[in-house]
Design a protein around this ligand. Structure first.
Ligand code: IMP
Length: 191
């Protein structure tokens, strides 16, 4: 059975593909030759994940799942949240985003934050949501060069290093996206 993962990111796609049950043929937006700008205009991560999955299911009549992730900072009432990619502007520049966040937290002692990933799956005419979170804190400065996005300024609880300093295998096993994907795999494996 064909199942679309609504992404063009080949790294994300490969990570998920090896975990899929054998009966599922996973295909990406690139495989579908879908280069439309899918609207991400929702007010929440859940709405955006659903918008992306629905776009594919409606236009290609295929089951599909889509993910959306945000960094939620307690002292900023959950910002940047759903706006994480474009926090410092439309260019989605990771360093500009981190600099803005460090600036916002400059005078704050409360630095707790968490990443949250939401996955929306359209399957058999029904939508199911999964989510994964990892808790930690925003460091005072950037450290490390692995990963992407806000990794250099996020230190997960229980570790002394940021996500950008920790091995990728550790990030994947304790991280937000890995947890949400595991739920999706368990759900699909039980069908
Ligand atoms: P997306 O929904 O996966 O595209 O993520 C939205 C934005 O959240 C990205 O542009 C990054 O800024 C941030 N982000 C998502 N996942 C991670 C992560 O694992 N580490 C650091 N930043 C992330």
């Amino acid at each position: 059975m064909k199942l679309v993962f609504a992404t063009h990111n080949q790294n994300k796609f490969n990570e998920v593909k090896i975990l899929m049950p054998k009966a599922i043929e996973l295909i990406s937006l690139t495989d579908l030759k879908c280069y439309d700008e899918i609207p991400e205009t929702g007010a929440t991560l859940e709405e955006n994940a659903k918008l992306k999955a629905d776009f594919v299911t409606k236009n290609y009549e295929l089951p599909c799942f889509a993910d959306d992730t945000g960094l939620l900072v307690d002292a900023l009432n959950g910002a940047p949240g759903v706006f994480s990619a474009r926090y410092a502007g439309p260019l989605k520049d990771a360093h500009a985003n981190m600099d803005k966040l460090l600036g916002e937290l400059d005078t704050k002692t409360q630095r707790e934050a968490h990443f949250k990933t939401v996955i929306a799956l359209n399957f058999n005419g029904k939508t199911t949501l999964f989510s994964g979170r990892v808790y930690g804190e925003i460091t005072l400065q950037k450290s490390g060069d692995k990963g992407f996005g806000y990794d250099p300024i996020f230190r997960p609880n229980g570790y002394q290093q940021t996500f950008a300093e920790l091995p990728l295998a550790i990030k994947n096993s304790i991280g937000h996206r890995g947890k949400a994907i595991q739920q999706l795999i368990t759900f699909l494996g039980a069908l």
